[in-house]
Design a protein around this ligand. Structure first.
Ligand SMILES: *[C@@H]1O[C@H](CO)[C@@H](O)[C@H](O)[C@H]1NC(C)=O
Ligand SMILES: *[C@@H]1O[C@H](CO)[C@@H](O)[C@H](O)[C@H]1NC(C)=O
Ligand SMILES: *[C@@H]1O[C@H](CO)[C@@H](O)[C@H](O)[C@H]1NC(C)=O
Ligand SMILES: *[C@@H]1O[C@H](CO)[C@@H](O)[C@H](O)[C@H]1NC(C)=O
Length: 465
């Protein structure tokens, strides 16, 4: 069945290539205008997947099959698109989406999502807010939540959920006990916490955030989730109340990206040799694991075997953006990272020649982006993940042309609140009240988790809900 599917996809790809060669995306890396124009075409196709701007729809939500977290990731990507290109076409829908999803409690514990949201889901919205602060993305009106305060709110809730009772620390994947995955401590949840803590430390200069970043990284190492060779494993299941030796060793590109970038931020503010060692080690491990002999980025666990799910089809874009961010924090990594960025911008653009059947893709005909960048053609796989990753691949080649992210001392204007986040459900505050969990909630959460886990051959509980 897999072979047939691949054959069909290849045939579709070939047909669309023949039919649309004239509409392929032009990209000349040495020409800033060409890169911006290519990025603009791909971004247009990306935003066409978004329905939250339609009358009657909910701002910030993507339609099925995309989970809530991926919308947060998309708006983070669009903020970076603006920061790299100066094109503000999508700023308005981005602000609207983030502010709507920030929820009445101003912490991304959005009532419609909290029953199924994990720490990592909340995390991708917090990362978008953090980037908005660093990029000086236009500040919301004063009566609305502010970017920096939103990131601080989520940070404070993560602190309150740190679980020293099992595995010597760490965040659990899920926030609520009734969700499958509450007994799992995973690298992406702790990676979100680590990355946001490091960036809050840099932005605000507050040592408390730096101390947490140090503690989280050390915990990942002591739990065996980051190895001495800088392999980064998916997570550990808590068994028999406190046996955490059962590790899921699948490696995903976004885990390398999120820890690499956070370590680069920590090196930037401390100039400590240990952080430098971690930056160099993760960067080497990233190259070895996720880039093929031609320097093309591959989601190594599932891409070649053809079973990356909807979530996993978006991971390469985040690694790419965090690599670009690493060059801003540790400028001499640019030598190593630049060729990776440039090779993949060209490869990804070549995969953006599709015109799939109606309703899947509504961008400019002949510019839908596929998933595999190593083939030189459109592979027939399309969606938010593919489009967002290709956009990231192309736009990040502009990184050396823009200023480094701001801090409060260098012109960052976002207003913070160090004690934000105390009121939302799932915080440690006694004021936080959660409605009693219904059977329907349990069924919904459990059903989603097992359906996704089953969809990945041989995989275990590593999928985000
Ligand atoms: C969002 O909706 C408004 C109102 O319908 C429209 O004017 C605007 O062009 C839309 N923005 C995008 C980026 O689609
Ligand atoms: C929650 O869902 C309701 C009903 O669809 C919608 O009106 C509301 O805007 C949603 N709230 C958020 C924060 O998404
Ligand atoms: C920290 O980042 C800034 C901004 O990119 C850069 O100028 C500086 O050299 C970096 N510091 C270190 C120690 O790499
Ligand atoms: C630093 O951050 C911690 C943790 O959020 C907070 O309790 C403290 O008030 C902050 N200090 C300052 C000076 O903002």
């Amino acid at each position: 069945m897999v072979r047939i599917t691949r054959w069909i996809l290849r045939a579709l790809g070939a047909v669309s290539l023949l039919a649309h060669t004239s509409e392929a995306i032009e990209l000349t890396l040495s020409n800033e205008a060409s890169v911006k124009s290519a990025a603009s075409t791909i971004a247009f196709g990306l935003v066409k997947y978004y329905t939250g701007n339609n009358t009657g729809d909910v701002p910030g939500n993507l339609p099925d099959p995309y989970f809530w977290w991926e919308a947060g990731a998309m708006f983070g990507t669009l903020i970076e698109y603006w920061a790299l290109t100066g094109d503000d076409t999508y700023n308005k829908i981005t602000s609207q989406a983030i502010l709507h999803q920030a929820a009445p409690t101003r912490d991304f514990m959005t009532p419609n999502q909290t029953r199924t949201a994990g720490n990592d889901d909340q995390g991708f919205w917090a990362l978008a807010a953090m980037l908005a602060a660093e990029a000086n993305f236009p500040n919301p009106p004063a009566d609305q939540p502010q970017w920096l305060a939103l990131a601080q709110a989520v940070f404070n809730q993560w602190v309150s959920r740190w679980d020293a009772e099992t595995c010597g620390g760490g965040l659990r994947w899920q926030i609520f006990t009734f969700n499958n995955g509450f007994n799992y401590k995973n690298s992406i949840s702790n990676g979100c916490f680590f990355n946001v803590a490091a960036r809050l430390a840099r932005f605000t200069g507050n040592q408390t955030y730096a101390d947490w970043a140090t503690k989280i990284f050390a915990w990942e190492e002591s739990a065996g989730l980051i190895t001495p060779e800088y392999d980064i494993y998916d997570g550990a299941t808590i068994k028999n109340t406190n046996d955490c030796s059962s590790i899921d060793k699948i490696q995903w590109s976004y885990n390398h990206g999120i820890f690499l970038h956070g370590a680069a931020v920590m090196y930037n503010i401390t100039e400590d040799a240990l952080w430098r060692k971690r930056v160099d080690g993760i960067l080497q491990s990233t190259k070895d694991l996720f880039y093929d002999e031609n320097g093309v980025l591959i989601e190594q666990f599932c891409e070649e075997r053809g079973f990356c799910d909807t979530d996993q089809q978006s991971f390469k874009g985040y690694l790419t953006r965090w690599l670009a961010g690493t060059t801003q924090m540790v400028p001499d990594t640019f030598r190593t990272i630049r060729p990776l960025l440039e090779t993949n911008a060209v490869a990804a653009a070549k995969a953006c020649t599709g015109s799939p059947a109606a309703n899947l893709f509504r961008g400019v005909s002949g510019t839908a982006c596929g998933f595999r960048w190593g083939t030189g053609v459109f592979d027939g796989l399309v969606g938010v993940g593919e489009q967002m990753s290709a956009l990231s691949a192309v736009m990040t080649t502009l990184v050396s042309r823009v200023a480094a992210p701001f801090t409060a001392d260098t012109g960052g204007t976002s207003v913070g609140n160090p004690s934000a986040g105390a009121e939302g459900p799932g915080s440690s505050s006694p004021r936080a009240v959660l409605k009693p969990v219904t059977l329907g909630d349990r069924v919904a959460a459990g059903f989603l988790t097992s359906a996704i886990v089953l969809s990945v051959v041989g995989g275990s509980a590593f999928v985000m809900i």
